[in-house]
Design a protein around this ligand. Sequence first.
Ligand code: SAM
Length: 177
Amino acid sequence: MKIFTALGLDRYVCIYVADLSNEDSMNNIKKQELGFDGAYSTLVILHIPDKKQTYQNVCNLLNANSYFRNEDYHTNKDTDTEFASLNIGCNNLMSKEQMNEMAEEIGFINVKYVNYQKEWSKFVQKRASTLQDLANEKFKLGKGVSSQKLQFVIAVDDYFTNKSGDGGVFLMQKKVF
Ligand SMILES: C[S@@+](CC[C@H](N)C(=O)[O-])C[C@H]1O[C@@H](n2cnc3c(N)ncnc32)[C@H](O)[C@@H]1O
């Protein structure tokens, strides 16, 4: 909120804090705002166990024909989901086919998907090696970086490099009921 205030945008922006998978919380937002012309989620739904309820709640918030863009992890046949769950906090990851099917069942149409596995692999590799170098430099100066953060970025790198982590962007439109 501080950033919005600093930019003079606080008159135009309203922030709600809610569990996306909680129907009552999301319906409360709908009551206050009536409806939204778009929804955008980046690397959030991968953590939420009940993805179907979450998609349903987002769909309920949207006006007809509005778009939902969900940047998310999904599985392929080789993905190590246990590693993802233990080290990255992923929950009930699904295949991209299951994600698309779920979207259509709920009431989204024109479901499209773009894979970002290669781009994300490069990004997370570079992020892990940069942070590791920084940690080594700081260690020489008697300082450190957060070991929790280091462990997390190394685990994400390992997941995409060695455990068949996969993901991309799911784009869909709410159908007119
Ligand atoms: C990997 S971070 C992504 C943050 C941000 N979207 C980004 O791309 O930098 C995952 C975020 O998901 C949020 N999250 C996890 N479970 C959630 C839920 N049930 N409802 C709403 N947000 C949730 C966490 O609070 C966290 O901020």
